[in-house]
Design a protein around this ligand. Sequence first.
Ligand code: GLU
Length: 475
Amino acid sequence: MVRVRFAPSPTGYLHIGNARTALFNYLFARKNKGVFVLRIEDTDLDRSSDEFEKGILDDLRWLGLSWDEGPDIGGPYQPYRQIERLNLYREYATRLVSEGKAYQCWCTKEEIEERTKAKGYDNYCRNLTDEQIAKFKSEGRKPVLRFKVPEKDVVVNDIIRGIVRFESGSLNDFVIMKSNGVPTFHFAVVIDDFEMKITHVIRGEDHLSNTPKHILIFESFGQIPPQFAHMSMTLGPDRTRLSKRHGATSVRQYRENGFLSDAMFNYLALLGWSSKDNQEIFPREKLIQEFSIESCNKSNAIFDPAKLLWMNSQYMKIKPSSEIAKLSIPFLEKAGYEKSSIEKNMKTIERVIDLEKEKFKTLKDVPERISPFITEDITWNSGLSQKFKSPEATRILSDILVEIKEIEPFEKTVLEDMIRKFCEEKKVKTGEVFHLLRFALTGVTKGPGLFELMEILGKEVSIKRIEKFLVNKEY
Ligand code: GLU
């Protein structure tokens, strides 16, 4: 049974690169009907925070990357947290010491630096005498535990990278437990991986150089290491490591900028992986079916925000309007609309989205387009109004208003017939009249087709707005 894990450190919000790692693990688990485990690596007490942990969980849920197990405390699955497992690491560390595979090291940071500078770090505390140890103790020093690195080559047989050999002598004895009794990343990750029966470790290439250490720890416990797959890194369009310089780099920022979970899911999957036929728009289920770790690219993936935006606009078109409407609520609220007024206008919002969604790139585009339909008191953009308030325009509008008042039923085809006939009779250009009407009705010059727009607004509102426009001298 395939068991994989995503193991973020809660030292920031979910980064695009990490989200991709999570997604690849998730896809691999689902494809193989395996288990996806979430493990929070929070042993770096200074840099980890609850806020970031909560943020990461929230973003994973938003992306739809649900994990399959967690500590049994009832309710929805919590992640495993390393900080709750300290005793376990201590027990394993004690075992290594008693078997002579790890030892106490009493050196200060300064001493290690000095030794490293002088002739390279020399595993100084490996063979201390009892007197030396007693002296260190009497000085009040607190030891760390170091792993005794055996003399042997370590070979990583990586699913993506093939055979990678690390020669004997390339590693010094490394710390596995800090002096405060907290394990280092290398130790905790290995104990957890075998305790959790992880079969495949899928993570970023930046961890490849750590892998020989991990393999040695696995072996020191007589454990067979899992299979490793080190994914290429995610770079910005300028081919440097994706960072704040490239703009939004966290899933959260994209969420807040109105991106859809489906689009993000789809786009991240294509970072470093592609289908045989280079298809780009993949529903989730299809991605799960087609995904394979073996076909992941060795070369780094370039994160292209413009491509993500394009993909998002595609999903804005595919998604049912009712769903877009629901997802738009927070954006409408942010734009200043009251929850009650949004709820009251939900049907209208859906109708406008239906007409406009071809033009939407993100959910952030929705409020502006919806605005003329749910704002009670529209204002007319004074910069645009000059040409619409000539005596000629006022006369046309007054005349057409008379006819609009007569129209029954107030539907788009009927409206279109009537307005076109009006233009013909009065010998005025249809384009100009449409423009003028649209402006009087909405205060802006863009939006859905005029007749649909009028039908959605309804007769009463349409008449009221035109009347108000005619008497309004402010604009
Ligand atoms: N906590 C590590 C990180 O955030 C992941 C370690 C792993 O996947 O083995 O980079």
